[in-house]
Structures are given as structure tokens and as C-alpha cells.
Design a protein around this ligand. Structure first.
Ligand SMILES: [Ca+2]
Length: 555
């Protein structure tokens, strides 16, 4: 047979069918077969030969996906079954059948089987059959609420002149082939298959006369398997339709619509109210925060208020104290003014008792007022200054002056000045005084010289200098040489020299012949050697000094 098979292959041709065989009745040619996704499906194709000499040479199977060309998927030859690539899920079942394991959605399409035979004349013939396979996607578990019955709005039917409405059962995708209807049970007990819409709902149209009562729907018992449903529990749902008359029904429908709207509106309002509630809660928590913060501020403000009260009390206390002090001061001032008005001061010691500050004061001496400068700081104060040399901006006072100038005095009591010989006589004539001379070198060293029993004679003795003795001082004694000497100016020579010492020295002093000290000499701006300068021999020789003050205090 093998050699013949080869020959027959060579001689192969698609001749017309000889009818020397027969197919079993099922499946019919062009049958539709349904498989669930992942499940098995068989194409039995039993074929029976009816001639002794007629034998199957080989069988081949082809597959045609929708809209595509045939492709070979398997072949059976000499008792061996071969599958093409990726088609090993197909197995052979006698005598021309195929079994597909784990059907997939892309397995859907047309399957052809071609049985190739030869007869005793080695003439090859082939016969074909075909099935169309649908593969349904496996549906998820069906939930009961998928079968809820809903009711449509009523529609006026002009033909029957009555209202119709529809009951809808379920929402799921129909995979099945052939389509499975939902079975409705009417209030009368009558069973009716529903029509079926594309979106998977099953609609029962109810028209006049509408029966009131329970309408229930359920899938037929075979449906879950046929439709790849995984849940085979009874799937039924029911609605009760109240129908007394059409007005009542319409009223009920209106109520239904209103209720639906109300539910929708209510749910909208509920959402709105929830939002508002949340907003109010937020505000409340915000207010709580602010409240606690305000309470904090309030307690802080109370503390501040207490502090301010304390401070105001302190201020009031202080103010009353100040008022008291001011009153006392005013009283004292008044007393002082009264006292001052009645009082006269003959020396800076008198002034020291009422005013400890140094400065220009008025003394009354022999009924005559004299303006003087009181030094209230040096050595206990009470000093009446009658000569000062200090240079500087107020130092440009010329001390090379004549007799009348020295008699009356000149300069500025706050700066460089000579108080006047008449005043000196007046201040010292009635009592002995201490004479104090304060000096300063250009290097800043201070020195002083003190003499007791100081007084200056009158103009009749040309203001002769008188004192008892040198009483000490770091500047040394450079005035005893001049004791008992008359005062000389360049225009009044009362010295004991043959020359005019005042002209020679360019000053005015109690010259003898001529001097050991010369504090009315020419003021020099630096430490310059010269007999014409401001000189105190015992302090810095003939070098000019930067500062000189002559003062007296009653002994
Ligand atoms: Ca002379």
C-alpha cells in the first residue's frame, strides 16, 4: 500500500465525490459548535467507508480564521498524527475527528477536515466537512443584582390605544450561540421567553391588558453552562407591578419617576450637605483654634494690663514724690532768693557756703561790688582768682600794658585776665589772706606756691606787695625776692633797678632788679627760654609756662 500511496499522491487530483463513503449524521456539515474559553471541544467527524477496497490514504485539517485564508493545522498519515507549529493542543480522535484542548478566543473560526481516499483503481478522492467554532469568553461570576428587574417609562401605543411598558431583566453580555432567552413568569403563572437586546438586557414588553402582580425572570437551567457562566445558583429576580387601571398605573409610574428623581436630587443634596457639613466642621475647628489663640492673647493682655497698672502706680508714686521734692525745692529756692537778696558776699568763701560751683561771682567789698572768678575746687575752694594765663583761643590778651590798665584790670574773667591793683588792695586791706599760685609746665606738670599774710598796699604805696612767708608748694618759692616791692609797669618804673624792668622784661610786676618770677610776661605757645616769658624761676627756670593762676583766700 505504501508504494501505491506514493503513486497515488503523484496521481492526486480533486475529482468529484464518488459517494463511496458516508459521514455520520452529526455534526452536520457547516454546523456551529460553541466552546467556552479554556474548555475543550470536539469535532467528531465519524466517517465510514463502504467499500472493501476503499482506504483512507491521509487526512488533513485546515483552519480559517475570520477574514483570512486557510492554513493547514494537522495531518494524519499511516497511523501517525502530526500537528503544525503551535497547534499541539489538537489531538486526533477516530476516525476523522479532532479534539481541541483549552479553547481560546482566537481559535474561533472555520475548521475543515479533508479525508483523502483511494479506491481499488488507486484513484484518489477527497471529501470535506466543515464546522464553525465560537469561543465564548468566560464570564465573571454573575451577581444577583445583575438580574434586578427595572421598569421603563410607559409608552402610549396608538394601535392598542393603551399604555405599554417594558420590564428589563439583568445586564450582562451574551456570549452564547444560539442566544439564550430569559424566561419570564407572568403574574398569571404564564411563562414567556423575553426578547433579547444587544446590551445584554432581557426585555419583556407588557402591553394591554397589563396584568398586575409579580413578574419574575430567570435564566433557563442550561443557560449558565451554555453561556460560560460560572455561577449556577438560581438567577431570578422579580418585580411587582400594580395595575388596577391605567390611571392608577400612570400615577404609580409618575410616582416611580418622581421617586427616582427624588433619590437623585436627594443624593445630590446629601452630597452637598456632606460638603457643607465638612466645611462647617473645618470652620468649627478653625474657630476652636482661633478661640484658644484668642484666649492666649486675652491672658497675655491681662498680664500686660496688670504690668501697666503696676507701672502707673509706680509712676503715680514717683510723681507724688517728685512733686514733694519739687515743692521742697521751690520753698528752698524761695528762701534762698530771700536770703540772697538780703545777703552780701565779701569773698569766695562766702559764696562757697551757698554755691559749690566755680564761676564768676559778685563780691561786695567796702560797699562796692566787684566781679571776680571764684575757684571752688582747688584745695577746698573759696579762692578769689585775680590773675590767669592760659593761652589758647582766649589767650590773646595783651599783658604788656600800662599803669592805668593794671590798676583797673583787664581781660576776661573766664579766660586770661588781671583783676586790677585797686581791687587787690580792696580785697586784702581789711584782713590777711592766703596767696596761692598754681602753675603748669608745657609737659603737663602742675606746681603751686602758697604764701601767708598776703595783702597789697594802696595806690599811695604803688600797690606794694606784702606777705608773711612762703608756706610751701611744689613750684618752689620765687616770690619772696619780690616781697615789699612796689608794682611797676612800662610807664611807671617803681623798681630798684637802674633800668626800667617792665620795658626790659615786656611785662608788669613787683619788679626789684629785676625778678625771680614774672607771671605777667609775654605768653609763649611752647616751652621757650626767655626772661620776658611767663616764668617762675623755681619751677622751670626761665622757660615759659603754659598756665598760671594767682588767687587769694581769707586766712
Ligand atoms: Ca628802674
Amino acid at each position: 500500500m505504501k508504494h501505491c500511496f506514493v503513486n497515488c499522491l503523484i496521481a492526486f487530483s480533486f475529482s468529484s465525490v464518488l459517494q463511496a463513503y458516508r459521514w455520520s449524521p452529526t455534526p452536520e456539515n457547516d454546523a456551529r459548535v460553541k466552546a467556552c474559553e479554556g474548555g475543550d471541544v470536539s469535532f467528531p467527524w465519524p466517517i465510514v467507508t463502504d467499500g472493501k477496497d476503499e482506504e483512507i490514504v491521509y487526512i488533513d485539517w485546515l483552519f480559517q480564521a475570520p477574514g483570512k485564508a486557510n492554513v493547514s493545522i494537522a495531518i494524519y498519515v499511516e497511523g501517525n498524527f502530526f500537528t503544525k507549529a503551535n497547534k499541539d493542543r489538537f489531538t486526533f480522535t477516530p476516525n476523522a475527528g479532532l479534539h481541541l484542548q483549552g479553547a481560546q478566543t482566537d481559535d474561533a473560526g472555520r475548521y475543515y477536515v479533508r479525508v483523502n481516499l483511494h479506491d481499488e483503481k488507486c484513484l484518489l478522492t477527497s471529501v470535506e466537512r466543515m464546522v464553525t467554532l465560537s469561543v465564548a469568553e468566560r464570564a465573571p461570576a454573575v451577581q444577583n443584582d445583575s438580574f434586578l428587574v427595572t421598569m421603563s417609562d410607559a409608552i402610549w401605543d396608538d394601535v392598542i390605544e393603551d399604555w405599554t411598558l417594558q420590564l428589563r431583566c439583568g445586564r450582562f453580555v451574551d456570549f452564547g450561540h444560539p442566544p439564550v432567552d430569559v424566561i419570564w413568569t407572568m403574574p398569571s403563572g404564564e411563562v414567556r421567553n423575553s426578547s433579547h437586546e444587544d446590551n445584554g438586557t432581557f426585555v419583556l414588553s407588557v402591553s394591554s391588558p397589563v396584568q398586575g402582580g409579580n413578574y419574575s425572570c430567570h435564566l433557563p437551567p442550561s443557560a449558565p453552562a451554555a453561556r460560560c457562566l460560572t455561577d449556577t445558583s438560581p438567577l431570578t429576580a422579580a418585580a411587582r407591578l400594580y395595575v388596577d387601571d391605567k390611571d392608577v398605573r400612570l400615577y404609580l409610574l409618575e410616582l416611580w419617576v418622581q421617586f427616582s428623581n427624588m433619590v437623585r436630587v436627594n443624593s445630590d443634596q446629601a452630597y452637598l450637605l456632606q460638603n457643607q457639613s465638612r466645611f462647617i466642621q473645618d470652620q468649627a475647628s478653625l474657630l476652636t483654634d482661633q478661640d484658644s489663640r484668642l484666649q492666649g492673647y486675652a491672658s497675655l493682655l491681662q498680664v500686660y494690663a496688670r504690668l501697666l497698672q503696676d507701672q502707673s502706680r509706680c509712676i503715680l508714686d514717683k510723681t507724688s514724690l517728685q512733686d514733694e521734692i519739687i515743692d521742697n525745692l521751690k520753698e528752698e529756692m524761695t528762701n534762698l532768693k530771700l536770703g540772697l537778696a538780703e545777703r552780701t558776699f565779701s569773698s569766695c568763701v562766702d559764696w562757697l557756703a551757698v554755691d559749690a560751683r566755680s564761676g564768676v561771682r559778685t563780691l561786695t567789698v567796702h560797699g562796692e561790688a566787684i566781679r571776680v572768678y571764684c575757684d571752688q575746687t582747688t584745695d577746698g575752694g573759696g579762692w578769689t582768682v585775680f590773675q590767669r594765663r592760659q593761652g589758647g583761643s582766649v589767650g590773646s590778651v595783651d599783658f604788656y600794658r600800662g599803669w592805668e590798665a593794671y590798676r583797673g584790670g583787664f581781660g576776661d574773667l573766664q579766660g586770661n585776665f588781671w583783676l586790677g591793683l585797686d581791687n587787690l588792695h580792696s580785697l586784702t586791706s581789711s584782713r590777711d589772706s592766703l596767696l596761692r599760685i598754681d602753675l603748669r609746665k608745657f609737659d603737663g606738670t602742675n606746681g603751686s606756691a602758697i604764701y601767708t599774710g598776703f595783702h597789697v598796699a594802696g595806690v599811695d604805696q604803688n600797690f606794694k606787695l606784702n606777705f608773711d612767708s612762703f608756706a610751701g608748694g611744689s613750684a618752689g618759692d620765687s616770690l619772696s625776692y619780690h616781697n615789699k616791692q612796689q608794682f611797676s609797669t612800662y610807664d611807671a618804673d617803681h623798681d630798684s633797678s637802674n633800668i626800667n624792668c617792665a620795658r626790659k622784661r615786656l611785662g608788669a610786676w613787683w619788679y626789684k632788679a629785676c625778678d625771680f618770677s614774672h607771671l605777667n610776661g609775654r605768653y609763649k605757645d611752647s616751652r621757650v627760654y626767655g626772661e620776658d616769658g611767663v616764668v617762675w624761676n623755681g619751677f622751670d627756670g626761665h622757660f615759659s609756662l603754659t598756665f598760671s593762676e594767682m588767687k587769694m583766700r581769707p586766712a
